[in-house]
Ligand binder design. Structure first.
Ligand code: ZN
Length: 273
């Protein structure tokens, strides 16, 4: 006698909740948060404009015959909000170098090592001194890339001791066409190195990723990602370039970084790309 009314009330509550609940968002078009997840809003803004810089770099290079339209950025100490993070930007150079391995991430890693070779070593430095110097060069960096790292790059990023990689678009060649789940197993931890990969949730990347999967479906799964990027480059990268060029910093700690990123990518004028 006592339980039945309670159960009835529960049923009513569940039904009421179901009636008022919003429909679940589609998997391929989730809501776009303002910035990448981070407990610190200054860091979140940094991650967003660093990813926008990778997109703007690809936009600036559209039509450039040096390689595929994929760019990457490596930045040091993104989480240290007391200083402006240094960064390097590079792109895919497969055509220029005439090989299949000159990917954006690999070229950016090389640029990052060169960035840190500042002549700090004395002439005649020992083998140990030399190794100690480079072994810690990239342990406090974050890599941002416009396309999910391939197995070679993901492994090399891990080998170089970069602990975090954030990518904009998923690579359908590495994923199930329906669920979009990863189908290629890439080791993310070895030799006491560990890489965490995340997909960027910024608006420009959510839109680019959703559009790519739509094109993939329309092409019945025969979409080649590098061909797609070449053919759809302005639509894929233009919004990111515009967002960077027109960005107003929410945190003054990021003003110098924004200016440097705009300058490095040529995204200094706020106008539709
Ligand atoms: Zn790669």
């Amino acid at each position: 006698m006592i339980r039945r009314p309670r159960r009835h009330l529960l049923t009513l509550l569940v039904l009421a909740a179901a009636c008022t609940a919003r429909p679940a968002p589609e998997v391929t078009s989730p809501p776009a948060p303002v910035a990448d997840a981070s407990g610190d809003p200054i860091v979140a803004e940094r991650r967003e404009i660093l990813m926008l810089a990778a997109l703007a770099s690809s936009h600036a290079g559209l039509g450039d015959p040096v390689g595929h339209d994929i760019s990457a950025v490596i930045a040091w100490d993104v989480e240290d909000t007391s200083r402006t993070p240094p960064f390097v930007i590079e792109r895919n150079r497969n055509f220029e170098k005439q090989g299949d391995m000159f990917h954006a991430e690999i070229n950016t890693l090389r640029a990052a090592y060169e960035h840190t070779r500042d002549g700090a070593l004395p002439p005649g430095a020992t083998r140990k001194q030399r190794q100690d110097l480079y072994a810690k060069d990239l342990v406090h960096t974050t890599l941002f890339t416009t396309l999910e790292p391939c197995p070679m790059c993901a492994t090399t990023i891990t080998m170089a001791r970069v602990p975090r990689a954030i990518y904009c678009m998923e690579d359908p060649g590495l994923r199930d066409p329906i669920s979009h789940a990863t189908t290629v197993v890439i080791p993310s931890e070895f030799y006491r190195r560990k890489l965490t990969q995340e997909r960027s949730r910024i608006a420009a990347c959510e839109r680019a990723n959703t559009a790519m999967w739509s094109a993939y479906t329309a092409a019945n799964g025969s979409l080649n990602i590098t061909t797609y990027l070449a053919e759809s480059g302005p639509a894929v990268f233009g919004p990111g370039r515009t967002a960077l060029a027109c960005w107003t910093v929410r945190h003054p700690e990021n003003a110098a970084l924004l200016r440097a990123l705009q300058k490095a990518t040529g995204a200094a004028t706020c106008k539709a790309a």
